[in-house]
Design a protein around this ligand. Structure first.
Ligand code: KIV
Length: 304
């Protein structure tokens, strides 16, 4: 597989492209992004899927978990990401509560992400019990991504962010969930926080592409959180996170340098300042001089 140079035109990624990738054994790449600039950078770097994840509740808004973020807050970020994306597939996470009350409400909220946010696919967490909701959303011509395993919206039920699928009964349930979502017609399936052996079994079993996070190397694709790969999360990283940059260090360095320059009067310098034209400057000096001689005061312009 050849690597496309950064920013080079490429084919628009669609849900059909994801399925093709699975059959061609070409890994799918996915990263979260939550605003115009990050989405644009991620898209231009050639990532296939930009996920506006509800993880933004934690990474962008500073909440403890993802539960409190609302549809309107998510939409604000999806719209911003939309403006930064040209070729990647834009996926919007449906937040907790937006698809749990009724299938009708799930459909209405999913429709908002497409119509108002410009998303091309929505993602919902949960296994076979979500099938009626998924069918309802797909019936509205909206592609759906499933998400099973460690589903952060189930943090209270799970008693923390814990690896799932470790016992035989949990593995059986995960297999049932994966096949139910596959049969319901999800366009891809996120596998989070499960043993690599289980992720591999699911990946071999389902027709839909799997995208793993903390699920080992044998998924059809991989997703990570933008803030995790850039060290912007202010805490210890999960085992599966690989840091590809240290934006926190870069930002701190730049901010401290700015502060030091201002305190030492080195910013801004003359080249970083706007100037009057010679003509206006001369006219201003003459005006000041006239004022001074009339009023006998220094450097004060009054409006007569
Ligand atoms: O919200 C999110 O960022 C996610 C990914 C971790 C898959 O759901």
């Amino acid at each position: 597989m050849s690597l496309t140079p950064i920013g080079a035109p490429r084919q628009k990624i669609t849900v059909a492209s994801l399925r093709d990738r699975k059959f061609q054994h070409e890994p799918i790449t996915c990263l979260t992004a939550y605003d115009y600039s990050s989405a644009r950078l991620v898209d231009e770097a050639g990532i296939d899927v930009v996920l506006v994840g509800d993880s933004l509740a934690m990474t962008m808004l500073g909440h403890e978990n993802t539960l409190s973020v609302t549809v309107d807050e998510m939409l604000h970020h999806v719209k911003a990401a939309r403006r930064g994306i040209r070729d990647a597939l834009l996926m919007a996470d449906m937040p907790y509560g937006s698809y749990h009350v009724s299938a009708k409400e799930a459909r209405r909220n999913a429709t908002r992400f497409i119509k108002e946010g410009g998303a091309e696919i929505v993602k919902i967490e949960g296994g076979e019990k979500r099938v009626p909701f998924i069918r309802e959303i797909i019936d509205a011509e909206i592609p759906v991504a499933g998400h099973i395993g460690l589903t952060p919206q189930s943090v209270n039920r799970m008693g923390g962010f814990k690896v799932q699928g470790k016992s035989l009964s949990e593995i059986e349930q995960l297999m049932r969930d994966a096949t139910a979502l596959d049969h319901a017609g999800v366009s891809c399936l996120f596998l989070e926080g499960i043993p690599r052996e289980v992720a591999e079994m699911i990946t071999n079993e389902v027709g839909t592409p799997t995208i793993g996070i903390g699920a080992g190397p044998n998924c059809d694709g991989q997703v990570l959180v933008f803030h995790d790969i850039l060290n912007l999360t202010f805490g210890p990283a999960a085992k599966f996170v690989r840091r590809y940059g240290d934006a926190a260090a870069e930002i701190t360095h730049a901010v401290q340098a700015f502060r030091a320059d201002v305190l030492s009067h080195q910013y801004p310098n003359d080249k970083e300042s706007y100037h009057l034209s010679g003509e206006t400057k001369q006219a201003l000096e003459m005006l000041l001089e006239r004022k001074r001689s009339i009023r006998g005061k220094k450097n004060i312009i009054t409006i007569d």
